[in-house]
Design a protein around this ligand. Structure first.
Ligand code: SF4
Length: 179
């Protein structure tokens, strides 16, 4: 296999969804010239918390704290404060996907379908302070949003405190986040 990039060009679209309290303001979409279906089982192997469905196919995961969905000819990335951030992170994500593709000979592709972690499983790992700093009334509401990909771990400032580092590590692993 050669070392050619799978995704060498794409058309970027950045959109702002309708205003909702707590909504992610900007989403980025990369429209691709190539079909990346063959890449997905390798990403599924490398991102442990990804949810891959070969019917479709599509894959959902997280990259640098942002929700990602891979479709055969489109990549969606969510949760940006501004357009420049969305554009920069899409570039980084595409570089990461190309890296996985180039290293596929050393990766065992994973065709299994995984479910997202439950709200209860996530809640058990949160600090449990119900301090509302994340913008939610309780840790459980935050966990519920995490479980459906509607919140970012970074919103819980307490997880950045040294005594909670182990929680953050386990939550990232459960959610399959790429640090
Ligand atoms: S910021 Fe963290 S500890 Fe505070 S309510 Fe939200 S999830 Fe719970």
């Amino acid at each position: 296999m050669g070392a050619a990039e799978l995704i060498s060009s794409y058309r970027l679209e950045v959109s702002s969804p309708p205003c909702e309290p707590g909504a992610e303001r900007y989403n980025a979409f990369a429209h691709l010239d190539v079909d990346i279906s063959a890449l997905m089982p390798y990403v599924n192997a490398v991102w442990p918390g990804a949810t891959y469905d070969k019917a479709g196919p599509h894959l959902q995961g997280r990259f640098r704290g942002h929700a990602v969905t891979l479709h055969p000819r489109m990549i969606a990335l969510g949760g940006f404060a501004d357009r420049a951030e969305a554009e920069a992170l899409m570039q980084e994500l595409i570089a990461e996907l190309n890296r996985i593709w180039q290293e596929r000979e050393s990766i065992q592709p994973d065709y299994r379908k995984r479910e997202r972690p439950s709200a209860v499983a996530l809640y058990r790992l949160l600090p449990g302070a119900n301090c509302k700093e994340c913008g939610e009334e309780t840790c459980f509401i935050f966990a519920s949003k995490l479980s459906i990909g509607a919140a970012e771990l970074g919103r819980c400032g307490r997880l950045r405190q040294p005594e909670h580092a182990w929680r953050l590590e386990k939550l990232r692993a459960l959610l399959g986040e790429v640090p």
